[in-house]
Ligand binder design. Structure first.
Ligand code: 5AD
Ligand code: SF4
Length: 455
């Protein structure tokens, strides 16, 4: 006679055959974390593209906006029938919603085996071992102030571009934001670890790396002996075989002259900066606890453009923050017209758990938020189109990422300014640096024709 557990072990696939399905929501940091999870599962698990085929299903979740937890509950709920058919299936909910909900997730959904916060995901193997030993469910939402991301021993990326997290967490406490509560305090990774990981990625053919952090400008500030962020960029730029370097996100209050100069002094640093402004109104910026005024932001943009005239700027905008009046919104529109960003990401304000703005009075009605979002969106479409039109007739340098998504006869890639370029021409150009003559501006991209290969 077998016990239930032994039955499960008997039925479980052999070690070499295990399959994992992962679905990633939210930011680039989550994409990075998902890659690290998959790497930590190798060689035992191979990734598959359908949840029905998997022995382990991972949902890597985001809670930065709206009712993310509602979406996760509904998605996780839909996996219940798979578990009923295959009791040996392991279901893990990871990331920011896992951190936010913790034990509640397994109480409401007993078919979930593992709940891991953003630090806990680096302990996935231990959690799996416990579940297989019948000690589940495992909820690991510990946040430690001295957490160190483990080394990426054998990163595996087949693409031309990769993300590398250089710091975890955030200490800024913008009043609308859940991140400091779910990702914990700001901790920078050791420079040696970062460099080793990038070298390993480059040896596999990665040509472009984006360094990730909630506020990269404050890299190393709290850790004695660490380089500044600009110094780290210089070290990364020395890596042989790396052609392009980017970073995100930069907080406007900490954007230093040293970092601005890095765009001039480091040849592989691409001319693109994502600098989230959130609002153009000083009253709202103060309520958001952003630590800068509209004028400070505009001055930094002006200085940056003096130093690097070709720099592309992108930003994030929140409309309908509590107490946002018509004149505050107008100030945001004016700022968008004044700066002329290349692209923006705009969001309707939503209450988040733990965030202070949740208890602020004067919430803006949903219809007003909708209307303001549409206004911002339409204004920016016009501005972006104008900026893209300026590229028509120019030759641009494109790092080719692969075949086009909408038309597989086309190739797609990005300029150093991060503009998407689709073009016809040539044999397999993936991973190559090419010259494209821009012939047409589209809504969020440009189209052109191949005129030469650089690398
Ligand atoms: N409501 C709306 N947008 C938000 N963001 C962060 N928190 C909220 C919220 N509560 C937006 C900000 C941030 C981006 C990642 O998400 O614009 O820069
Ligand atoms: Fe959130 Fe502000 Fe930190 Fe960005 S800087 S993650 S918006 S608290």
């Amino acid at each position: 006679m077998f016990t239930d557990l032994e039955m499960k072990r008997q039925e479980a696939p052999s070690v070499a055959q295990r399959r994992v399905f992962i679905r990633t929501f939210g930011c680039q940091m989550n994409e990075y974390d998902s890659r690290r999870m998959l790497e930590s599962l190798r060689p035992e698990y191979t990734p598959v593209s359908a949840p029905e085929d998997a022995d382990l299903i991972i949902l890597n979740t985001c809670s930065v906006r709206e009712k993310a937890e509602v979406k996760v509950y509904s998605l996780a709920g839909r996996l219940k029938h798979l578990k009923r058919r295959r009791p040996d299936l392991i279901i893990a909910v990871c990331g920011c919603v896992a951190q936010q909900e913790g034990q509640r997730l397994v109480e409401r959904m007993p078919h979930i085996d593992i709940v891991l916060g953003p630090q806990g995901i680096y302990r996935l193997r231990e959690a799996l071992a416990k579940v297989r030993a019948g000690e589940g469910p495992v909820v690991d939402t510990d946040i430690r102030d001295d957490f160190c991301l483990p080394s990426a021993l054998s990163p595996e990326v087949k693409a031309v571009k990769a993300f590398v997290t250089i710091m975890q967490g955030c200490n800024n406490y913008c009043s609308y934001c859940v991140v400091p509560y779910v990702r914990g305090p700001e901790i920078s990774r050791r420079p040696g670890e970062i460099l080793a990981e990038i070298r390993a990625l480059v040896s596999q053919g990665v040509r472009e790396v984006t360094l990730l952090g909630q506020n990269v400008n404050s890299y190393g500030k709290r850790q004695p002996g660490f380089p500044t962020f600009a110094q780290l960029l210089e070290r990364v730029a020395q890596i042989d075989g790396l052609w392009r370097l980017r970073f995100t996100t930069s907080h406007p209050k900490d954007l230093s002259p040293e970092l601005m100069r890095a765009f001039v002094e480091i040849p592989i640093l691409c001319e693109h900066l994502h600098l989230p402004v959130q609002s153009g109104s000083d009253r709202i910026l103060a309520a958001m606890n952003r630590g800068y005024r509209r004028e400070d932001y505009l001055k930094k943009v002006e200085r940056l453009r003096e130093l690097v005239p070709e720099i592309a700027l992108t930003t994030d905008i929140i409309v309908g923050f509590p107490g946002e009046r018509e004149e505050d919104f107008q100030a945001t529109l004016d700022l968008l017209k004044e700066v002329e960003f290349d692209e923006i990401f705009s969001f309707k304000y939503s209450d988040r758990p733990f965030a202070r703005a949740r208890s602020f009075p004067d919430k803006v009605p949903e219809e007003v938020k909708e209307e303001r979002l549409a206004t911002v969106h339409n204004l920016q479409l016009e501005i972006s189109r104008r900026r893209y039109r300026r590229l028509v007739g120019q030759e641009v340098e494109v790092l080719v990422e692969g075949r086009g998504k909408s038309d597989p006869r086309q190739w797609t890639g990005r300029t150093r300014q991060n503009t998407v370029v689709n073009f016809y021409g040539g044999q397999d150009l993936t991973g190559k640096l090419v010259k494209v003559l821009v012939e047409e501006a589209c809504q969020h991209s440009v189209r052109g024709r191949l005129v030469g290969t650089l690398h």
